[in-house]
Ligand binder design. Structure first.
Ligand code: XUL
Ligand code: MN
Length: 368
């Protein structure tokens, strides 16, 4: 190679790395699930809004600027338990075509192991071996669906893997059963990754995997720890009495934050799935800062909003919780980028946390 060729190559690689950096700046891509278009029912009352078709929901995502949809197995194939593998495959392929047609991708697929009669006492940790088998078989079908939809991410919200009554199950045995179930999934497909979404309570009194620390610890017991990571939901971290920003820093220190459900939660009660930032703007701001400092999204991870409209929301405002969450995220991103780092560093050095506190508040209020 002569020197002109090598200079040309150098220039080309310089342009390429510039383009890559520019592309990386557009780091955030957004996603929601069909359940986030909920119709207002709660344990005390019926729906308050008319439902819309799945296709309508799909088309709205694109209009709202979202790029992906997340799925439960039966969001992808309704009434999945009554269908043969051939039928499931056929319907999944049709769904893939509809997604491709809208220019959307599937972010993940999650087995819904909390609805069927077989999961009343839990899925993988049920005391009934037949029901444990059902949970594992259904999870394998979920993996087959994910393959057809073109995603390698399986989300495990371990909804009923816990107890209402501590003495009804053995915690030690339950850990073994969870590991066995995850191993069966990892063996079923050598490419998929499992992303555990911890939540400490609801529907259970006590869950076996309540926090990110538990999720990452149990990953180590599986046959392929590299393929077991986690998903943080802001509300779930708050329900565990934790700061979601700390959970983000912790998971990302292990390179294990493969998905994220941003939302908000006002204190320790039922899972509220409020719009992002709705209850505590400062906690939301700190989550955005944590994502920024760790480079979340640079490997293609999505920001998903696991938010619901308020029960009182009327049909014409039905999508606002989605676009509002995204707007809040983007405003907080601008706040994170303009945070007065130098001033903050000086206050930290002087251990003047009193004024650091005020600096954050005034920055958020737009006066600094
Ligand atoms: C439940 C929850 C679920 C999971 C997906 O609290 O957050 O919607 O995100 O199964
Ligand atoms: Mn969630």
């Amino acid at each position: 190679m002569n020197s002109l060729d090598s200079r040309l190559l150098e220039a080309l690689s310089c342009v390429e790395s510039r383009l890559l950096t520019m592309a990386k700046k557009q780091q955030y891509r957004f996603c929601v699930g069909p359940w986030n278009f909920s119709v207002g029912q709660d344990p005390y009352g019926p729906p308050t809004r008319r439902d819309e078709s799945f296709d309508w929901k799909l088309s709205q995502l694109k209009i709202l600027g979202f790029e992906a949809m997340m799925f439960h197995d039966d969001d992808a194939v309704p009434e999945i338990d009554s269908k043969s593998s051939t039928q499931i495959l056929k319907e999944t392929r049709e769904l893939r075509k509809r997604l491709d047609g809208e220019g959307l991708v599937a972010e993940m697929v999650a087995p819904r192991l909390w609805f069927a009669p077989q999961t009343i006492d839990g899925g993988y940790t049920s005391n009934d071996p037949k029901h444990r088998r059902y949970a594992i078989d259904r999870s394998k079908r979920t993996i087959d669906i994910a393959n057809e939809l073109g995603t390698d991410l399986i989300v495990l919200w371990l909804a009923r893997e816990g107890t209402y009554l501590r003495e009804s199950k053995s915690g030690a045995r339950s850990v073994e059963l969870l590991v066995e179930a995850m191993d069966a999934m990892l063996k079923h497909d050598r490419k998929i990754r499992l992303s555990i979404e911890p939540k400490p309570n609801e529907p259970m009194d006590q869950a076996y995997i309540p926090t990110i620390g538990h999720a990452l610890a149990i990953a180590q017991l599986t046959l392929d720890p590299k393929r077991v990571g986690c998903l943080i939901e802001s509300a779930h971290a708050i329900l565990a009495g934790l700061d979601p920003a700390d959970e983000i820093d912790f998971a990302m220190a292990f390179d294990k934050l493969w998905s994220l459900h941003l939302n908000d939660q006002n204190g320790l009660k039922f899972d509220q799935d409020k719009p992002f930032g709705s209850a505590n703007l400062r906690v939301a701001f700190n989550q955005v800062r944590a994502l920024e400092r760790n480079g979340y999204g640079k490997k293609g991870e999505f920001i998903c909003f696991d938010v619901h409209p308020f029960r009182t929301t009327t049909e014409e405002n039905w999508l606002q919780h989605l676009s509002n969450s995204r707007r809040t995220f983007e405003h907080l991103l601008a706040k994170a980028k303009t945070y007065p780092e130098k001033e903050a560093t000086a206050l930290i050095a002087a251990r003047n946390y009193q004024d650091l506190d005020q600096l954050v508040l005034e920055h958020l209020m737009g006066v600094r």
